[in-house]
Write a protein that binds this ligand. Structure first.
Ligand SMILES: *Cc1c(COP(=O)(O)O)cnc(C)c1O
Length: 386
């Protein structure tokens, strides 16, 4: 079907995934049972980290991580503006202030020089975002973090399956957080994960996701005890066994999913630069890209119209392009609460005017990708000046 709508991303669910969830439905445990720990262990092994904490979504993963790191009132966390708002929102949940450091114009990744210039006595840490699935410059970011005794967190929600200089995403920072929303590299419907080297941080995050209760109910069952204690205030951010069974099944297919995303990106890499007025983002050396997004920049100077018209024309032609993201500091909440405004991050603001995400997901066929390229090419040709 050549006229069907191609979304920018979507889940890939097989009969094996469905069977894995059905098995849990027939078992004794629906919420926190054996699948949670099984998923944590398998995920930790996959990214080469000792500790993993499964949680209700990618946003609560960030919230739990910041809370465990001690982020609180009076603290600042340096974040990029070119991200989903949750990276910054979770800083605000902790009563702290997100400080926006601009991005590199060629990759839209956090610019280490900007980060260094914003470190103050209030800075508690850096939250880097592997935008589109490309890992940031962790060598440079680590240097800054070490010099100023800051934490370095990788919001890796885009980048599961990626790598940097051969090291898997998940192992590149002190902590890394993941989302299993359906458009992300693997899905559990809703779900998230944090991985870390630090056993204490992992223990604190496990407590945080379960009301602050220090022993889980299975431990209490073993002890034959009704007793539990709330040491620090927590939340109900649990993920359930049905979701973790799906996650385990999806994780087995991560390598194949990543490989397929890379094939589609390769096809785009061959064809997109030949379309006048379009430029893909740069990929840095040593990067194993996870291609959650394939982002192109429009050369607006060559065009009769703005990005909004290109977006509408492509959507009308069945190509589910999207825009990632409205720079976070320009949202009314941030303007009102933190006084942020235009001019704070000029690179991200300029990029925002001209970026488009093209469809990329494992279930796309080569002919889907060809159709994207052809439709985008025709659209650009019709909107070019003179
Ligand atoms: C998706 C995403 C999140 C939030 O994940 P949810 O599971 O939707 O809560 C956070 N940060 C980034 C960069 C994301 O892409």
């Amino acid at each position: 079907m050549s006229d069907k709508f191609i979304p920018y991303g979507r889940q890939t669910i097989g009969e094996d995934d469905i069977a894995a969830v059905a098995e849990v439905l027939r078992s004794d445990w629906l919420t926190t049972g054996p699948k949670v720990e099984e998923f944590e262990k398998a995920f930790a092994a996959k990214v080469g980290m000792p500790h993993a904490v499964a949680i209700s979504n990618g946003t609560t993963a960030l919230h739990a991580a910041y809370a465990a790191l001690g982020v609180g009132p009076g603290d600042e966390v340096i974040v990029p503006p070119m991200t989903f708002a949750a990276t910054a929102n979770a800083v605000v949940y902790c009563g702290a202030k997100p400080v926006f450091a601009d991005v590199d114009p060629d990759t839209l990744l956090l610019d280490p020089a900007r980060v260094a210039s914003l470190v103050s006595s209030k800075t508690k840490g850096i939250a880097a975002v592997d935008y589109a699935g490309q890992p940031c410059d962790y060598k440079a970011l680590k240097k800054i973090a070490t010099a100023h005794k800051l934490f370095l967190l990788d919001d890796a929600c885009h980048a599961l399956g990626g790598s940097l200089d051969g090291a898997p995403v998940g192992s590149l920072a002190d902590l890394s957080t993941f989302s299993f929303h359906p458009v992300k590299p693997i899905t559990t419907g809703e779900g998230g994960m944090i991985v870390t080297h630090d056993a204490d941080l992992a223990a604190r995050m496990k407590t945080f996701r379960n009301h602050g209760i220090t022993a889980d109910f299975r431990t209490r069952e073993k002890l034959g005890s009704w007793f539990y204690e709330i040491d620090a205030l927590g939340y109900n951010f649990r993920i359930c066994d049905m979701q973790c069974a799906l996650g385990l099944s999806q994780l087995k297919k991560l390598d194949a999913f990543t490989a397929r995303r890379r094939e589609i990106a390769k096809l785009y890499d061959r064809r997109i630069p030949a379309i006048p007025g379009l430029k893909p983002l740069n990929v840095r050396p040593g990067v194993g890209h996870a291609y959650h997004l394939y982002v192109v920049r429009l050369d607006l100077e060559q065009m009769k119209v703005g990005r909004a018209e290109v977006f509408k024309l492509l959507r009308d032609a069945g190509i589910g392009v999207n825009v990632h993201y409205v720079p976070v500091h320009l949202h009314p909440f941030y303007r009102r609460t933190f006084g942020t405004q235009e001019g704070l991050c000029p690179v991200a603001e300029a990029a925002y005017q001209r970026i488009l995400s093209l469809p990329v997901f494992p279930g796309m066929t080569d002919s889907d990708a060809e159709r994207v390229v052809e439709t985008v090419g025709n659209c650009m040709a019709s909107l070019r000046k003179g």
